[in-house]
Design a protein around this ligand. Structure first.
Ligand code: SAH
Length: 271
């Protein structure tokens, strides 16, 4: 999602608040058959947590994943639920096998069709903004730009229901392939143009976009529930893309413009 030659969108020094002593996700762990230790899935209340608890997904890469979680924490990501999601979802399953060795480094990776999966610190920043100060799991969330499906899988740990829309058929199919073995019942993949949102699932408690246009599309604002929050990049000033957070209240929409970022463009139509 972050553009090719500028893989690392500038991150904040202390991107999320959250309190709690680290390692939050490591304190209560369940012994595994392989002798490794993984975060206890019973601590998460979403269907994916139950599915992975049964399937024992991710035992082989648990240690590298937890090292990534520690690094995320060291860079200022402190939200326990976000860290837990990163500890659970195996990023290497979402990239080509040739890139699997780099999957737990803090780098953007190509996913085909000229698109990239963002580096973990950027994804964590977006997710923390989406859920900060709210009860987890949050309600129904729309993701624009499924890509390889990694962030969608993370969202499924943090939200009750996730609708994820992608305009490139090849990526939509690829994400489906990546996600199928995880059997995530609260995640729905849609092939479509996300610039018009996805009215059938509206209103949304959250909307999160992995691609940025010139402004926030009006459909997203309309489809955001009162009390909901949107996190998306947008090019509000020429040549500069910023991370934007919009909260919808009974009185209207309140927008905060945060740090500069560099996401792929939001495009119209299908490919
Ligand atoms: N969250 C993704 C990031 C993918 S990169 C992941 O974890 O892999 C951003 C994605 O947004 C690309 O796949 C791109 O095709 C998609 N995109 C761009 N414009 C879009 C639109 N109008 N509707 C849906 N998806 C769009």
């Amino acid at each position: 999602m972050v553009k090719g030659r500028v893989p690392n969108a500038p991150g904040p020094a202390n991107p999320s608040r959250g309190g709690g002593r680290f390692p939050v996700s490591l304190e209560r762990v369940a012994p595994t058959a392989a002798g490794g230790r993984v975060p206890d899935p019973r601590r998460l209340s979403t269907p994916l947590a139950e599915a992975t608890a049964v399937a024992g997904v991710g035992l082989d890469s648990a240690a590298v994943r937890q090292a990534m979680v520690r690094r995320l924490h060291a860079t200022g990501v402190t939200h326990p639920a976000v860290l837990q999601a990163f500890g659970r979802i195996e990023r290497h399953r979402f990239v080509d096998s040739a890139l699997a060795a780099q999957a737990y480094e803090d780098t953007a990776l190509p996913i085909g069709w000229g698109q990239t999966i963002s580096k973990p610190t950027v994804v964590a920043r977006m997710l923390a903004l989406l859920i900060e100060g709210r009860d987890v799991p949050v309600g129904r969330v729309l993701e624009i730009g499924t890509g390889c499906g990694y962030q969608a899988a993370l969202l499924s740990c943090l939200c009750r229901e996730v609708y994820s829309i992608e305009r490139v058929r090849g990526l939509h199919d690829k994400a489906r392939q990546h996600l199928r073995p995880l059997r995530i019942p609260n995640l729905h993949l849609i092939l479509g143009d996300g610039t018009v949102g996805f009215a059938r699932g509206a209103p949304y408690a959250g909307i999160i976009a992995a691609a940025g246009g010139d402004d926030i599309p009006p459909a997203w604002l309309e489809q955001l529930a009162v009390g909901g929050r949107l996190v998306a990049p947008a090019q509000l000033r020429p040549g500069r893309q910023s991370l934007v957070v919009v909260e919808r209240t009974a009185a209207g929409w309140q927008r905060r413009v945060l740090e500069d970022v560099w996401f792929v463009p939001l495009k119209s139509g299908l490919e």
